[in-house]
Design a protein around this ligand. Structure first.
Ligand code: PLP
Length: 385
């Protein structure tokens, strides 16, 4: 449960203090890593701190979960072994056979795979919508729609969805709005305040921030739904371990300063790409000609560190740029302090090939890190040839 005393603090202060109470035994200012599976009971059922078994609850995980709830302005935060584990728990809690889900036409490939190859086998139906277009979302609704899923900015096309508008659509349809806030992080965007019911995170990305942990989270606006999800989190068991919880908590303390630098560097990279003769399209919501620029400016504090672009020469040329980059490391994932480059069609989004979510073959995705911007610009200039 979110600590009420942090409610009036600014984001940067909450990032450092929420959940991070000093250890009562030693006064250590950082929560210890409670690397433990079980807890001594004072007589049967006599739990000292409310903890009985670390799948059900662990103090280091609790610290992270309180921090997550405070940062997203939610009533309950829950930490999982990965982003997909969080999504799986959410979908199996909210949906039953016969229910229908609206999913975006641009989303992380693994999220699509979870719907198309796993959840659909349990009798859940789904339709694809362009969530940046409210008419497309309305058209995809059926009387059985229980969930509208939004990713904004989206992976990898950096599409922007108006969260408040889709929240209204969801409310009128009696459906829950789920927003994957991985690309923005709660520093840049807080979907619950805009009417979303649940926020999803891959903590692996900006929240952890150092490419050294895999984790996921759910944060709910409503305490009762949070309780239901906590029940399922324990029943399904894909929880975040104590060390992983601790390392994410540590990463979150610098989230605000990192995100500022990510956005500053990304703006410079986007400007360079816009001027480059071999680049045909630059997808970055910070650019004034991006179709979602105004909505992003309204619902985000800044435009983030992710950029995708398309190059002349098709797939071969895009692969060549990825292979030639040196400082931008060729690899999947995103959101770490180090810059990464990848080819979504062959890498992170290979699982959407042939579907409505297929991505262009000439697309390159960048996760712009917090290195010196001039070094990043020089590397991209040489990689583009
Ligand atoms: N959501 C988004 C937007 C992602 O980019 C990813 C992973 O890349 C996930 C969810 C899944 O998270 P994880 O890889 O931690 O399972």
């Amino acid at each position: 449960m979110s600590d009420d005393s942090h409610e009036h603090q600014s984001f940067e202060t909450r990032a450092i203090h929420a959940g991070n109470t000093a250890d009562p035994l030693t006064g250590a200012v950082v929560p210890p890593i409670y690397q433990v599976s079980t807890y001594k009971q004072d007589g049967v059922g006599g739990l000292r701190g409310g903890y009985e078994y670390s799948r059900s609850g662990n103090p280091t995980r609790t610290a992270l979960e309180e921090n997550l709830a405070a940062l997203e302005g939610g009533r309950r935060g829950l930490a999982f072994a990965s982003g997909l584990a969080a999504e799986d728990c959410l979908l199996r809690t909210l949906l039953s056979p016969g229910d229908h889900v609206v999913i975006p036409n641009d989303a992380y490939g693994g999220t699509f795979r979870l719907f198309a190859k796993v959840v659909s086998r349990w009798g859940v139906e789904w339709s694809v919508a362009d969530t940046s277009d409210p008419a497309s979302v309305r058209a995809a609704l059926t009387p059985k729609t229980k969930v509208i899923w939004v990713e904004t900015p989206s992976n990898p096309l950096l599409g922007i969805t108006d969260i408040a508008v889709v929240a209204d659509i969801a409310r009128s349809a009696g459906a829950k709005l789920v927003v994957d806030n991985t690309f923005a992080s709660p520093y840049l965007q807080q979907p619950l305040a805009l009417g979303a019911d649940v926020v999803v995170h891959s903590l692996t990305k900006y929240m952890g921030g150092h490419s050294d942990v895999v984790g996921g989270a759910l944060v709910t606006a409503d305490a009762a739904l949070g309780e239901e999800l906590a029940y399922h989190q324990n029943a399904m068991g894909a929880v975040a371990g104590p060390f992983d919880s601790w390392i994410v908590l540590r990463g979150i303390k610098t989230l605000a300063v990192r995100m500022d630098r990510h956005a500053e560097n990304a703006t410079k990279v986007a400007e360079l790409l816009t001027r480059h003769p071999k680049v045909t399209h630059v997808l970055y919501p910070g650019l004034p000609d991006h179709p979602g620029h105004e909505i992003a400016a309204k619902q985000m504090r800044n435009f983030g560190g992710m950029i995708s672009f398309r190059v002349q020469g098709g797939e071969a040329a895009a692969v060549e740029v990825c292979n030639r980059a040196k400082l931008f490391t060729l690899g999947e994932s995103l959101g770490g302090v180090e810059s990464l480059i990848e080819h979504p069609g062959l890498m992170t989004h290979a699982s959407v090939a042939g579907s409505a979510l297929e991505v262009p073959a000439d697309l390159v995705r960048l996760s712009v890190g917090i290195e010196n911007a001039d070094d990043l610009l020089a590397d991209l200039t040489q990689a583009l040839g």
